[in-house]
Each structure stands twice: as structure tokens, then as C-alpha cells.
Design a protein around this ligand. Structure first.
Ligand SMILES: *[C@@H]1O[C@H](CO)[C@@H](O)[C@H](O)[C@H]1NC(C)=O
Length: 212
């Protein structure tokens, strides 16, 4: 029962894709923005002071370079596969020093392993990019983009972009069920916790809509 609740709460939202998106005629220039946790992180934690990292084997054994990349995967992860299917260049982790100039037009991946919808999810992992921090960095990204291509073009690029959010699993695994008598499990029954997490997720979606 618990696992089905956890499953339902691993919220995967692909905005725009719902509208019968035509994969075959995807514009190669469409920007892609990724937010979320380890299912989406493609190297941000790699560049942070955290114990939660994927920079050692067997991570990456099936990646084209056969080396760990910071992805929590043996090979490509979900954002990579979406980029590939849409004929887009892979997004860089937002913290990558290579995310400069023309690379900004591809979009960016702000995801950070360990984070959840709630601010207290993942605190045990030290310096990770909590979702509100990811949104702040998205604002910073847009300032950098405006400086590069001007306000009008930047707005167009962000408005047309594809957004992927994968988040919610850690609010259960690394918060509610983290310890037998975790603070959250003493505070909420499971159904009430699900309702609370979803209400906070709605607030996050509102901010993303506001920013894009
Ligand atoms: C979580 O943190 C953000 C930014 O630090 C804050 O704006 C937000 O209100 C917090 N959410 C809750 C439920 O406390």
C-alpha cells in the first residue's frame, strides 16, 4: 500500500507534451528546462558539497563514454532520452562551467539528487539544490539569457520551452519513511501527508508558470 502511494506521488509532469506533441516535427531549437531530483540530475550534485553523488562506478558504465557523469544511472537518464527523442542537444547541468554563450539556448538542467517538494526533504544531504533554490537559479538563468540574446528573444525562448519536473519520491523515502518515527510521520497520517505534499507541489507549479 505504501509503495503505491509513493508511486502515485512520484510526480512526473511534462508540460506541453500533453498537447499531443508532434515528436517527428519537433523544432531542433526548442529549449528544454529540467527540475527535480536524482531521476533528473545530470551532474549538478557532482559539483556540490554533498554525500549524495554518482561520480563513481558502476554509474555511467553504459553511457557513451563509459564513465560516471554525475547521472544516477548506468547510462542515459530520462531528460537525456527526451532530448534524444526530440532531436535536441542534451541540456547541461546548470552548475556546469560549460553552460555559457550559445549553450544557454539549449536550456538547462537544475535537478539535484535528494531534493523533494518540501524544504526539509533531503536536509541530511547537506548542500543540494532544494526546489526553491532551483527556481531561483532559473531566474538567474533568465537574466543571463537576456544579457546574451536580449529581453524579447529570451522571453520567446522561455515561453516556447519544454519543461520537465520529476520530484516527490524523496518526500516519502528520505523524509516520511527516513526513520521509524520521523518528524513528518509523527506530524501527519499518510493520507494527510500526501495531501500536504500535493498542495506544496501546486505552489511550486505556480512559481514555474509565473517564471515562464
Ligand atoms: C520553502 O522555502 C522557500 C524559500 O526558502 C519559501 O519561500 C517557502 O515558503 C518554504 N515553504 C514552506 C512550506 O515553508
Amino acid at each position: 500500500m505504501a509503495s503505491s502511494v509513493v508511486f502515485r506521488c512520484c510526480l512526473i509532469v511534462i508540460t506541453n507534451l500533453f498537447m499531443a506533441f508532434d515528436f517527428a516535427h519537433a523544432q531542433p531549437t526548442r529549449a528544454f528546462f529540467v527540475f527535480g531530483d536524482s531521476l533528473a540530475d545530470n551532474g549538478n550534485n557532482h559539483l556540490l558539497f554533498t554525500t549524495l553523488r554518482a561520480d563513481f562506478p558502476p554509474y555511467g558504465i553504459d553511457y557513451p563514454t563509459h564513465k560516471p557523469t554525475g547521472r544516477f544511472s548506468n547510462g542515459l537518464n530520462i531528460p537525456d532520452i527526451i532530448s534524444e527523442q526530440l532531436g535536441l542537444e542534451q541540456t547541461l547541468p546548470y552548475l556546469s562551467p560549460l553552460l555559457l554563450g550559445e549553450k544557454l539556448l539549449v536550456g538547462a538542467n537544475f535537478a539535484s539528487a535528494g531534493v523533494g517538494i518540501l524544504n526539509d526533504t533531503g536536509i541530511q544531504f547537506l548542500q543540494i539544490l532544494h526546489i526553491h533554490k532551483q527556481l531561483k537559479l532559473f531566474e538567474q538563468y533568465q537574466r543571463r539569457l537576456r544579457a546574451h540574446i536580449g529581453a524579447e528573444e529570451a522571453k520567446k525562448l522561455v515561453n516556447k520551452a519544454l519543461v520537465l519536473i520529476i520530484i516527490g519520491g524523496n518526500d516519502f523515502v528520505n523524509n516520511y519513511y527516513w526513520a521509524p518515527f520521523s518528524a513528518r510521520s509523527r506530524q501527519f497520517s499518510l493520507p494527510d501527508y500526501v495531501t500536504y505534499v500535493i498542495s506544496e507541489f501546486k505552489n511550486i507549479l505556480k512559481v514555474i508558470l509565473l517564471l515562464s
